[in-house]
Design a protein around this ligand. Structure first.
Ligand SMILES: [Zn+2]
Length: 279
């Protein structure tokens, strides 16, 4: 890290229909305007799981809570988005592969977000057997390869819900890094031969910081000021969000990124950050 001071990575999880339809292209446009590259994690499977919805959440990963500190589902997805999600419930990365492929075409990093069922992983990973985790990851990797013509280097668990089995299986599957930690700097894992790119800029309960500040009714200038104060004099930070939120509020993100670049932050993809100490 000594050579490249102040690295800021911008991560988006593509895990809803409205995220693709209403936010993704704004983020790509913003990146072109600022000449920066982002890291996108895409879920290749279902975005809605009836059993999880009916039985409630099993795992409290911290990302599933957050009442009062995040946007409501209607604010976040819109009524139309909620209905589409439940009624169509597509394999997101498959059904929207054409739109998502533009991420790669425009030079961004595309990595994998979970297996073939986002809610089941986010809320029920602890109940999944090791064989089930391996199976769903194997399938997601195959589908990712089929639709995007390459394998992903990075992985992020839905809701940051991960455990030691996931890290071990990811290293067996030759992932370069995972993004499931919320602390520290990019590093090699202590327990597996895999790098870790932590996600560090958040509100309470793992809520993305921009979404959190919007839920608290921050105005544009206060929101940007708050994020800049969080960056402070750190050497590394990762700001994460979802196309459906930051894509629709891209003017806020533009302000943040312009200010950060003025203050000497280099915008890097996750893979660019780990490349120097992994390869
Ligand atoms: Zn997700």
């Amino acid at each position: 890290m000594s050579k490249r001071q102040r690295e800021l990575s911008i991560r988006f999880d593509i895990d809803t229909i409205p995220g693709v339809e209403k936010g993704l292209f704004n983020l790509l446009k913003l990146a072109r305007e600022l000449n920066v590259r982002f890291t996108f994690f895409v879920n290749m499977g279902r975005t809605f799981d009836l059993k999880t919805a009916l039985c409630g959440t099993r795992d409290d990963s911290g990302d599933s809570t957050g009442r009062g500190v995040r946007q409501t589902p209607v604010e976040h997805l819109g009524v139309e988005g909620i209905l589409k999600t439940i009624l169509f419930n597509p394999n997101l990365g498959v059904e929207y592969a054409r739109q998502i492929r533009r991420v790669l075409d425009e030079g961004h990093e595309l990595a994998l977000h979970g297996g073939m069922n986002h809610p089941r992983w986010q809320h029920g990973l602890s109940a999944m057997t090791t064989a089930e985790i391996r199976r769903t990851l194997d399938r997601a990797l195959a589908v990712f390869r089929e639709y995007f013509g390459r394998r992903p280097r990075g992985f992020a668990s839905p809701g940051f819900n991960s455990d030691w089995r996931v890290e071990r299986i990811l290293s067996e599957f030759d992932f370069t890094y995972h993004a499931d930690s919320r602390r520290g700097s990019p590093r090699m894992s202590d327990s597996s031969p895999i790098a870790v790119v932590p996600c560090t800029l958040m509100g309470p309960a793992g809520v993305p910081i921009v979404e959190y500040l919007l839920s608290q009714q921050y105005n544009r200038s206060d929101l940007v000021r708050h994020v800049m104060s969080e960056l402070g004099n750190k050497k590394y930070a990762c700001l994460y969000g979802h196309p459906v939120c930051e894509g629709r509020h891209y003017v806020l993100l533009k302000d943040i990124l312009q200010r950060a670049m003025e203050e000497g932050w280099l915008i890097r993809t996750h893979h660019e950050i780990v490349r120097e100490f992994v390869e």
